[in-house]
Design a protein around this ligand. Structure first.
Ligand SMILES: Cc1cc2nc3c(=O)[nH]c(=O)nc-3n(C[C@H](O)[C@H](O)[C@H](O)COP(=O)(O)OP(=O)(O)OC[C@H]3O[C@@H](n4cnc5c(N)ncnc54)[C@H](O)[C@@H]3O)c2cc1C
Length: 387
């Protein structure tokens, strides 16, 4: 396998697999109603998983993106909701704090992330602008020695569980994308309110949050005019989001393989029919091709991945996951559509992939522009370097 896994990586993945298969698999159905998977999170905190993205000096493991992706993949094979909750702790919000926040804030927040006591939320999307960051309206004014935050964010994960909110905001009403910075808001701060909840087909809840003249100390401004830096950290999500998609596809695939051996029709196991064997072969082929590009993208992270290869990996893996989880339902016949088997859950989770962390449409735009700009008449595709 390229890139090759070290013995430590293999051992860590094996430990997570044992925990996920023995405990998370059974509990997965109970989290479909929006319940936060606290039990699983505590178990993962004990293994150091929640601190994977936190530097060692703040109590974490300080591991590369690739290790984090491997662990998310393994968790997603049993429980999408848990994988998404873990993504909140090892993804963009922790990386923004770890890379850009002042030392005092890192010391205050990051140890709690590692122990699972400090759940983090990221607040980017607004009711009138998701992909279109240049139109974000949330604003933070500097007034004397204070920050005053106003705005509405929506489709926010973990709003009820989070202790800290990493909020993308304009600073002093500076217009455009480059005017976007980032502030930290602690739960319970006056003027902060969760104003709405949506239940999703994946199982988790998403929320609307309102900031009404929220007063913050100046040190809570983590970045101003920092959009490029925020975007670099965000590129990590383009490796971690698809690692969940990959895990969901593998989970569904493993169920499908089991089922074709157990289920009989016309007096023999359905796995004896060429129609089923070819489906299994296609699923396997699709998974392994996608794994290759994703692992390659992860291996470019230093500390953040190549944005274009990560974007290409994300689109590839997200779309593969939908195909494979859908085929796993087909293999299960009518039972695949019920809650009796986990394949319908995998499919519902897989639908998220191409929506969060950059939609497939906008990532195709990004890749297309770069390819047209940079492909060289002499070196051809090699001029794109990462490609
Ligand atoms: C399960 C889940 C969890 C989420 N958690 C969070 C969270 O914790 N924090 C947070 O901030 N957000 C979160 N989101 C929101 C998510 O980030 C947004 O849904 C996403 O960024 C897309 O924004 P939008 O929904 O406003 O869609 P829009 O930006 O309105 O896009 C609508 C459609 O138009 C397309 N489109 C837009 N621009 C272009 C273009 N230039 N070219 C071609 N097509 C285009 C899009 O691809 C999409 O298909 C979550 C969403 C989901 C589903």
């Amino acid at each position: 396998m390229f890139p090759a896994l070290t013995d430590e990586q293999r051992q860590f993945v094996h430990t997570i697999r044992e925990l996920a298969q023995s405990e998370f698999r059974e509990r997965a159905l109970q989290y479909m109603d929006g319940t936060f998977p606290w039990e699983n999170m505590k178990a993962l905190a004990k293994l150091g998983v929640l601190g994977m993205a936190v530097p060692e000096e703040y109590g974490g493991l300080g591991l590369p993106v690739f290790d984090t992706a491997l662990v998310l993949e393994e968790i997603a094979k049993t429980c999408y909701v848990t994988a998404m909750a873990v993504l909140g702790e090892v993804g963009v919000q922790t990386r923004i704090i770890s890379h850009y926040a002042p030392d005092a804030i890192k010391r205050r927040i990051l140890p709690g992330v590692c122990s699972g006591d400090n759940i983090l939320a990221i607040c980017m999307t607004e009711p009138d602008a998701g992909t279109d960051v240049a139109n974000y309206k949330t604003n933070t004014d500097r007034v004397g020695n204070k920050l005053i935050l106003n705005g509405v964010k929506t489709l926010i994960s973990r709003a009820h569980e989070a202790q800290m909110f990493v909020v993308f905001t304009r600073v002093d009403k500076t217009p455009g994308r480059e005017g976007i910075g980032c502030v930290l808001v602690e739960k319970g701060t006056r003027g902060f309110e969760v104003t709405g909840t949506y239940h999703t087909m994946g199982g988790e809840n998403l929320h609307e949050i309102r900031f009404d003249n929220v007063e913050l100390p100046p040190e809570n401004l983590v970045l101003e005019d920092g959009f490029r830096k925020l975007l670099s950290a965000f590129n990590t999500q383009r490796c971690l989001n698809p690692s969940i998609s990959l895990g969901l596809a593998e989970g569904a695939f493993e169920e499908a393989v089991k089922y074709v051996k157990e289920r009989s029709a016309f007096g023999r196991p359905i796995g004896n029919f060429q129609g089923m064997r070819w489906k299994i072969a296609e699923m396997y082929r699709d998974i392994e091709a996608s794994r290759s590009i994703l692992y390659r993208a992860c291996a470019t992270a230093n500390p953040f991945p190549d944005p274009y290869l990560a974007a290409a990996a994300k689109v590839t893996v997200n779309e593969m996951s939908l195909r494979v989880t859908s085929e796993a339902i087909q293999v299960h016949g009518g039972y695949g559509f019920t809650d009796e088997y986990p394949v319908s859950r995998f499919y519902r989770g897989a639908r998220y992939g191409s929506l969060g962390g950059g939609t497939s449409e906008t990532l195709r735009e990004l890749i297309g522009k770069r390819v047209i700009d940079k492909t060289d008449p002499i070196d051809g595709i090699l001029a794109l370097e990462a490609f």
